[in-house]
Design a protein around this ligand. Structure first.
Ligand SMILES: [Zn+2]
Length: 604
């Protein structure tokens, strides 16, 4: 679901635009129907639909409060018919409208609860130790239902066994397998490879017992292996990685079921362009696969490692903040797998580059925030990204764990602290939901509302919608920050970061102005997903809440099949299982990393 592919969705509603135009130019912005779907006056009671950990933070938000609401809400255990507990929410000045907030952290007794205020009842929610853990199998099974190249019983018959032909020469190559990426049937590399990374992070963090039902590591490894058959086939002879199968920049022509016969007219195409970031993500994944399969299948592990090294050697490893972040992770994962100094040196050097791109002084005539990142050496615009904004943070945290004794480790940790304490904490404090905004800006770079911060600096919670045609809801952005915050909590032994990580995930699970859970099969008020071929998929997470020109939250609650907010997408599920697994087992996974790096000291 990258931006060029999204451009092709437009073909559904408007006259087609030539491929060259789509590729060479950013399509101008266009008002989207979903922009008017702001949150209504109900529900007024919003909280995480999953519930809360017995010893975790527990927050209820009362939207659009009446003056009488502060007198209290009733909290009761609906399985015990016991006397209700009175909560007294307090007024909070917040973006998205002032509200009341009640903390009920002291409620540690396990049970199924509900909060009522007047006539309204909240979504019933659990207090139990596995509120998050029990969602992991669902988040993982989503990928199985998105498999391409086989029959998925109850979802779709065997598909796309005729993938695909080269766009440039027409030659047929076997690139069957992989996963459908989103609410469509396409197979871009850079986003579907994140599925493999998410699954292996889950395996790394929680090990054999990740699923309380006992499916074990075999389940995760089988899924990774399924997708990786396709990924390995997408490596060109020069070591670089082709961009996608069936994304079809020219329109909707490849987004269809096929007759599964090679050579017929409905065969789909391989886009043989080779973007650098796709190669970087490939190296990260293959190095992780090599490590995961080293004992169970050494020849396979060797094959994946060889593929990773060929790709690494074929690349120059330059680019913007996010390219360099992926390359740093690639070096780090190769180092973890091989222990070769060259990869460790490269990862550290890229980490130093990332630090050099950090804003360290107060700019824009204000002294409220600093520590964000610039886009690149050549571009001092504050960096923003739909899903990778927390990646530099994650890289520096991982470097500081793996190379904890290195002279630069202190600088990496300082950069992380600067970003968290002087950017993330003050920015998330402006809103009762505590979500990390999309980014900061200087002034108003596009013709729409940018929230004043101080001095010349402004911010938006959501992507600008008058910058270009492509924008989406920010589930991955928040989940990515949840990953980084969870890791920061472990590195710095700070529960505050951990609490903030959960708040990002709680937004996904219903603690948002719509009171809508964004994972199918959990919670309530789930928008019907933009999933045009197989409908609802249990465990699938949608793009989620975006903004309009006023930066108000918007979500397709009217079933207009809005892809910007309603579409499933691989990165959302990948970041989700990564974040939850980190939050579930910090101590154990750290020990695992120490074992891998051979140079780590315990910090928790
Ligand atoms: Zn398929």
């Amino acid at each position: 679901m990258d931006r060029r592919r999204f451009l092709s969705y437009l073909a559904l509603a408007t006259p087609a635009v030539g491929a060259a135009q789509r590729i060479s130019a950013v399509r101008p912005p266009q008002a989207a129907r979903v922009e008017k779907y702001t949150a209504g006056s109900t529900p007024r009671l919003v909280l995480n639909h999953l519930g809360f950990l017995p010893r975790g933070r527990k927050v209820l938000i009362v939207r659009a409060p009446a003056s009488s609401d502060a007198s209290g809400c009733n909290l009761r255990d609906i399985g015990q018919f016991s006397k209700p507990i009175l909560l007294r929410p307090e007024k909070v000045i917040s973006d998205f409208g002032d509200c009341l907030v009640a903390n009920f952290d002291s409620l540690e007794k396990e049970g199924l609860y509900q909060i009522t205020l007047g006539e309204e009842g909240s979504v019933p929610f659990f207090v139990r130790p596995d509120v998050w853990r029990r969602t992991l199998p669902k988040g993982v099974d989503y990928f199985k239902f998105q498999r391409c190249g086989m029959e998925v019983p109850n979802f779709h018959s065997a598909c796309h066994s005729d993938d695909a032909r080269r766009r440039d020469t027409g030659e047929h190559l076997d690139v069957t397998g992989g996963w459908h990426d989103a609410g469509d049937l396409r197979k871009p590399m850079y986003s579907t490879m994140q599925i493999g990374i998410g699954l292996l992070q889950l395996a790394r963090n929680l090990g054999e017992n990740w699923d309380h039902a006992g499916s074990g590591l075999a389940r995760l490894h089988e899924e990774v292996r399924w997708g990786n058959r396709y990924f390995l086939k997408m490596q060109d002879s020069d070591g670089l990685i082709w961009r996608d199968t069936a994304c079809d920049d020219a329109g909707q022509n490849d987004n269809h079921w096929t007759d599964n016969r090679v050579g017929s007219s409905d065969d789909r195409y391989i886009d043989v362009r080779k973007p650098a970031q796709t190669s970087a993500i490939f190296v990260v994944l293959q190095a992780m696969v090599a490590s995961a399969f080293r004992k169970s299948d050494p020849p396979y592990a060797e094959r994946c490692l060889a593929a990773a090294m060929r790709c690494w050697n074929a690349c120059t490893r330059a680019g913007d903040l996010y390219d360099m972040s992926w390359w740093a992770l690639a070096g780090l994962e190769l180092y973890r797998t091989t222990r070769r100094a060259e990869y460790g040196n490269a990862a550290r050097s890229l980490g130093t580059e990332l630090v050099s791109l950090q804003n360290r002084s107060f700019i824009g005539s204000q002294r409220i925030i600093r520590g964000f990142w610039y886009t690149s050496r050549a571009d001092s615009t504050p960096a923003t990204h739909w899903g990778f904004a927390a990646l530099p943070l994650l890289v520096l945290l991982e470097l500081s764990e793996v190379f904890s004794d290195h002279p630069d480790a202190g600088r990496w940790r300082d950069a992380v602290r600067l970003h968290l304490d002087e950017y993330v904490v003050p920015m998330t404090s402006r809103c009762a939901y505590r979500i990390v905004p999309f980014g900061v800006f200087t002034g108003s770079p596009t013709p729409e509302h940018y929230r004043p911060l101080a001095g010349e600096l402004t911010y938006r919670y959501f992507m600008p919608v008058r910058k270009e045609f492509w924008w989406v809801g920010l589930s991955s952005h928040l989940e990515g920050y949840a990953v980084a915050l969870a890791l920061a909590a472990r590195v710095f032994t700070q529960n505050g970061y951990r609490d903030l990580a959960y708040r990002q995930l709680e937004w996904i699970m219903g603690a948002n102005p719509f009171g809508a859970c964004l994972m199918t099969g959990e919670g309530l008020r789930n928008p019907y997903p933009y999933s045009r071929f197989v409908g609802q998929i249990p465990g699938g997470i949608i793009n989620g809440i975006g903004g309009n020109t006023q930066d108000e939250p918007v979500l397709d609650t009217e079933r207009v099949l809005d892809w910007r907010t309603g579409e499933y997408w691989s990165p959302h599920n990948a970041f989700y299982i990564w974040a939850v697994s980190l939050l579930e087992a910090p101590a154990r996974s750290e020990a695992g990393i120490a074992l891998l790096s051979g140079s780590h000291t315990n910090q928790t």
